[in-house]
Design a protein around this ligand. Structure first.
Ligand SMILES: [Zn+2]
Ligand SMILES: [Zn+2]
Ligand SMILES: [Zn+2]
Length: 169
């Protein structure tokens, strides 16, 4: 058996294997790429007002966005309409964002937005018509209004997110 050479301490076969293994590792290592489920373009990590999120490379042609969870895009959580159980959609209007039922205009339920999450999708039975009351915002603050509005205009006051009976005056 030959003495190991200082400048070439390992047998060449070893290097060959090492090289192959290394190359493999490098091929697997690059960042995982995520594709937009809507248009197949790449998703890009972006920094928004509410933190990191994923947006489509084809924005503004494609408006797909996803939330970020430990560096991966995850579909935004689904919130359901308190009245008809259809998904709620987040909409923005000027500086205001709110959630509206995806069955609009058949279902006119809207829910307040709080940092990308609907404030409440709780429903409260309407004593007038048997439908539901949902939390709404007016210029005087929050209140609970019937989803059948304007057919039914039963409302209750809001106290920290819960409906309370209106005080008799
Ligand atoms: Zn897209
Ligand atoms: Zn609905
Ligand atoms: Zn009602």
């Amino acid at each position: 058996m030959k003495q190991k050479d200082e400048h070439n301490p390992l047998p060449s076969r070893y290097w060959e294997q090492e090289f192959i293994a290394q190359d493999d590792a490098h091929l697997v290592a690059p960042k995982v790429r995520y594709r937009c489920p809507k248009c197949e373009s790449l998703l890009l990590q972006k920094e928004g007002k509410n933190g990191v999120f994923w947006g489509c490379e084809s924005y503004p042609n494609c408006d797909y966005t996803a939330s970020d969870e430990q560096g991966k895009p995850v579909r935004a959580k689904r919130y359901l309409c308190p009245a008809c159980q259809s998904p709620l959609r987040r909409k923005s209007f000027q500086d205001n964002a709110f959630w509206g039922c995806s069955r609009y205009p058949e279902c006119k339920v809207t829910v307040e937005d709080d940092n990308g999450v609907p404030t409440t999708t709780k429903k409260y039975p309407c004593r007038e018509c048997g439908h539901y009351l949902v939390r709404k915002k007016s210029k005087n603050g929050y209140f609970w209004g019937c989803i059948e509005y304007p057919k039914c205009n039963h409302t209750l006051n809001d106290d920290k997110g819960l409906p309370v009976l209106r005080r008799k005056r």
